[in-house]
Design a protein around this ligand. Structure first.
Ligand code: PGA
Length: 249
């Protein structure tokens, strides 16, 4: 059985006070579930979030990290800094990192290697842009993104990988991929992984869908066999909405 996961990507939202209050509300309202629940506040509030959730099953992820172990990289955060405060999961390759901050597949490959070497779990994001879907390149684009950043890994490293398919045209736009579109792509991703790493690995990796998931559409998307959960942006900023999405899994 693959792990079901609902992860909230808070992006650049919530100051310290707001972070504490949302975490308190989430911890109180969290439904009983076998799924993993993850939140990812901004870097400055990660240590507080880890402490706040010490006795909760809710886990904390970072939204990014640098690939170098330390050094002259002003404004950056290393994997050791994250591990040292108790963060065990990092989101890498989010489309906003790719488009606004120039993160290429080559950079992401280095980040993946650093995370793997340091026993950090990765939620690896990828997905096509609108033009690429319109011109029916979406399968090729996704395959390239995966191959360029992940397919050099050893088989055992896949235990540390969670995938998040996030079509760029669905992120923060209110427009969601249909459950059928999500299923079609997730099945393709699994088949692509199976082609290089075999069925056992392909069937054990959790593949999340992200892009305008909300309480109203979460059940339909999560009902698809190859969708193992969601990476939630906007709707993870309100406790009630996030809780409804967790219930849907
Ligand atoms: P959204 O963001 O749910 O607000 O579309 C998803 C994401 O960026 O991970």
């Amino acid at each position: 059985m693959r792990t079901k996961i609902v992860a909230g990507n808070w992006k650049m939202n919530k100051n310290l006070e707001e972070t504490e209050s949302l975490l308190t509300e989430l911890a109180a309202k969290r439904p009983d579930t076998d799924a993993e629940i993850i939140v990812s506040p901004t870097f400055v509030n990660l240590a507080t979030a880890v402490r706040h959730l010490e006795s909760s099953i809710i886990q904390v992820a970072a939204q990014n990290m640098h690939f170098a172990p330390n050094g002259a990289f002003t404004g950056e955060i290393s994997v050791d800094m994250l591990k040292n405060i108790g963060v065990e999961t990092v989101i890498l390759g989010h489309s906003e990192r790719r488009s606004h901050f120039g993160e290429t597949d080559a950079i992401l490959k280095q980040k993946v290697d650093s995370a793997i070497a340091n026993n950090m779990r990765i939620i690896f994001c990828f997905g096509e842009e609108l033009e690429q879907r319109k011109s029916e390149e979406h399968f090729t684009v996704v395959e390239e993104q995966l191959k360029n950043a992940l397919f050099h890994l050893e088989a055992k490293s896949w235990e540390q990988i969670v995938l998040a398919y996030e079509p760029v045209w669905a992120i923060g736009t209110g427009e969601t991929a249909s459950p059928e579109q999500a299923q079609e792509m997730h099945a393709f991703i699994r088949k692509t992984i199976a082609g290089s790493f075999g069925d056992a690995i392909a069937n054990s990796v959790s593949i999340l869908y992200g892009g305008s998931v909300k309480p109203a559409n979460a059940s339909d998307i999560f009902s698809k066999p190859d969708v193992d959960g969601g990476l939630i942006g906007g709707a993870s900023l309100k406790a009630d909405d996030f809780v409804e999405i967790i219930k849907a899994i």
